[in-house]
Design a protein around this ligand. Structure first.
Ligand SMILES: Nc1ncnc2c1ncn2[C@@H]1O[C@H](COP(=O)(O)OP(=O)(O)OP(=O)(O)O)[C@@H](O)[C@H]1O
Length: 266
């Protein structure tokens, strides 16, 4: 088997000495895989993502990317958060371009190539015709498409996504799940896909999108189980209606049910 893209080895993270957000997490993330992380509120999902992004150091343990230690943010990793974090004074085009001007693709692109990349990425996320609009003129789903385009414009090897669809209504969310899989490349050979780490509260979302779901438990955040999602690709509405899909969602819910109830009481 090939070396993992990302390797977490016994990674722990404490805050202020007393709060143990993540404890001894060991996890290999494969090149080109879509890995979802689920778990009850407060189990350390965001902390894991922030460490992978290089925004938070681990308290102990090691984190490696392509065999090299993760010591800070890097051009090969793009991060997307739940709130769109768009610049209200920039148009769609300006927001997407920002990902390039300040992103990993900053170097080596001519102005013409940059323009071409921005237009192509806007088209890819389905926003052709809205290039000159400002964020306040867009729906929540469209804003999240802009955030996705900004992330994709710099063509990072690894996409780190923290509940990117959580703020959307149910229908928009389903549509963007489909779009995300298309953009990720579910129709292409596995070797041409990017590596995705996707945090979500929603079990059905994790099962629909991912190759594997890492289930965390809380206080302290530990890896409870990794569930292989062997649903065939490409996935779509037929996947959501299938018995296998329902069974996988149910088995993950059973893994976290007790803690999820407890989390809502605290
Ligand atoms: N900067 C911080 N300082 C102190 N404690 C923190 C900090 N960041 C996170 N924590 C604590 O670490 C634990 C894990 O938090 P984290 O946000 O990673 O969990 P989560 O699983 O993403 O939660 P949620 O699903 O509610 O977003 C929580 O107990 C949280 O209060």
């Amino acid at each position: 088997m090939s070396a993992p893209k990302i390797r977490l080895d016994s990674v722990s993270k404490s805050f202020g000495g007393s709060v143990v957000a993540v404890e001894k997490l060991s996890l290999d993330i494969r090149d080109g895989e879509f890995l979802a992380i689920v778990g009850p509120s407060g189990c350390g999902k965001t902390t894991v993502l922030n460490m992978l992004a290089g925004l938070e150091p681990a308290t102990s343990g090691t984190m490696a990317l392509n065999g090299k230690p993760i010591e800070g943010p890097g051009a090969e990793r793009g991060v997307m958060f739940q709130d769109y974090a768009l610049f209200p004074w920039r148009t769609v085009r300006g927001n997407v371009e920002f990902g390039l001007v300040y992103g990993p693709a900053e170097n080596g692109l001519s102005p013409a190539e940059r323009t071409e990349r921005v237009e192509r990425t806007i088209e890819m996320v389905g926003l052709k015709g809205s290039q000159d609009k400002y964020p306040h003129q867009l729906s929540g789903g469209m804003r999240q498409r802009v955030a996705l385009a900004r992330l994709m414009a710099s063509e990072p090897e690894i996409l780190l996504m923290d509940e990117p669809l959580a703020a959307l209504d149910a229908q928009t969310r389903v549509i963007l799940q489909d779009e995300l899989l298309r953009i990720w490349g579910q129709d292409r050979p596995a070797s041409e896909r990017r590596t995705v780490v996707f945090i979500t509260h929603a079990i059905d979302e994790a099962v629909f999108l991912a190759d594997r779901v890492a289930v965390l438990s809380s206080h302290p955040g530990r890896l409870k189980q990794i569930v292989d999602i062997d649903l065939p690709r490409p996935r779509g509405d037929a996947t959501r209606r299938s018995g296998d899909f329902a069974r996988l969602c149910q088995s993950i819910w059973e893994l976290i049910r007790e803690e999820a109830y407890r989390a809502t009481m605290n």
